[in-house]
Design a protein around this ligand. Structure first.
Ligand SMILES: Nc1ncnc2c1ncn2[C@@H]1O[C@H](COP(=O)(O)OP(=O)(O)OP(=O)(O)O)[C@@H](O)[C@H]1O
Ligand SMILES: [Mg+2]
Length: 365
């Protein structure tokens, strides 16, 4: 596709225009980043109106405007600086309609961009030549593309935010269940066990009864261990209290496969990041024991470039497949919900490596 500027002094033909619009529409369909689409619109606007400059401008809540894309790479109009008059943005804000103006030999026009029913911003062009009579229609087509790209980006951001909220809500529920088990059922059973043990120490008991009571107390104690293990799986208390480093070390201690840890985490991280990383290591360790038949596992975690990077590698049989269970898929969903990424590399016979990146910066808000 030839996107080079047409010869100076000539606006695009309809065919050229259509082809260029299709290119931008394809970028939107491929879900390319919004700022790239808006730059393409600005460049396209500058070409469409002969030698012209073009800006895509957003209104902010505080009444100011932000230039989000311009045609600095497009052809500059003769006698035209790179900035458009501020009055243009004000006029569009007031009227929410197409506006055009000319001052001396400078011709400007702008179309509002509505996203949903809300005035989002404008697409503006300026030229040293009179603008064509169908400028309003042509500019409106570009404004429509901007609106589509922005709406897509807003939907994507809303989806990411709602996934993150779901993860946070489910973590909160798990923590509550863990607290209830700890403060309620566990304490109750511990008291019962103590009562049984002191009962068993009474001198006047028949030997058979004493043995029976001791048996019951021992079973209660086993049940309590199970309950503790269960509540640890629901939400590890050590994670909230001691942070990720301690919680990962506790996981390693309980693992039946020897674990080598290299943790370069020097401070507490936002809770969703700590919880996410904990679940990743916990599940991948369990998989290494259960499926990998590994003899060692290496766990590396470090914070760099605004993210926590976790890598867990086992030397087992390989061949992990996300489609065959819910553990790895759940980790991928959780990680992506937090704006991160998750990957598994597991060639048969060569062990399994799981990588996970959890952004920190966006989480602290
Ligand atoms: N470390 C590993 N080594 C070899 N195979 C693995 C490893 N991890 C996972 N797999 C394979 O990939 C599949 C998917 O793993 P996943 O953790 O998603 O599910 P699962 O462990 O079978 O069940 P769940 O985690 O839901 O209890 C496993 O069934 C297993 O066949
Ligand atoms: Mg699993």
């Amino acid at each position: 596709m030839n996107l080079s500027a047409p010869a100076v002094g000539r606006t695009q033909s309809e065919a050229e225009t259509e082809a260029a619009l299709r290119v931008v529409a394809m970028m939107i369909a491929r879900a390319e980043p919004c700022d790239a689409v808006l730059r393409a619109v600005a460049a396209q606007a500058a070409r469409r109106f002969g030698p012209a400059t073009a800006d895509v401008i957003r209104y902010e809540r505080d009444g100011r405007t932000t230039l989000v894309a311009d045609s600095t790479h497009g052809p500059l109009a003769a006698g035209w600086g790179s900035r458009l008059p501020a009055g243009l943005a004000t006029s569009v804000l007031r009227t929410e309609r197409f506006v055009s103006a000319s001052v001396g030999s400078r011709f400007t026009a702008a179309s509002p961009v509505h996203v949903g029913n809300v005035l989002w911003g404008l697409v503006a062009v300026g030229s040293g030549h009179a603008l064509p009579t169908d400028t309003e229609r042509r500019l409106a087509e570009l404004a429509e593309l901007v609106a589509t790209a922005v709406a897509n980006e807003q939907r994507k951001a809303e989806l990411t935010a709602s996934r993150a909220r779901l993860v946070a809500a489910s973590d909160e529920a798990r923590r509550r269940i863990e607290r209830d088990l700890h403060d309620g059922a566990q304490q109750f059973l511990i008291t019962l066990e103590l009562r049984l043990r002191s009962l068993a120490e009474r001198p006047a008991l028949l030997p058979g009864i004493r043995a029976e009571i001791e048996d019951i107390a021992a079973e209660l104690s086993d049940g309590l261990d199970d309950l503790r293990e269960l509540s640890r799986g629901i939400h590890p208390e050590i994670l909230s209290k001691g942070g990720l480093r301690l919680a990962l070390r506790a996981l390693a201690r309980r693992s039946t496969v020897p674990v080598v840890m290299d943790l370069r985490i020097h401070s507490r991280l936002p809770e969703p990041v700590e919880v996410g990383a904990y679940y990743v290591v916990s599940e991948v360790l369990a998989n290494a024991m259960k499926h990998g038949r590994a003899s060692t596992v290496e766990v590396e975690a470090e914070t760099s470039d605004g993210a926590l990077h976790v890598r867990v590698r086992d030397d087992g049989v390989g061949g992990a497949d996300l489609a065959r269970g819910s553990g790895l898929v759940g980790l991928r969903d959780r990680t992506e919900a937090l704006g991160g990424s998750f990957a598994v590399d597991s060639p048969r016979g060569e062990g399994t490596t799981v990588f996970c990146r959890l952004p920190i910066a966006t989480m602290s808000a």
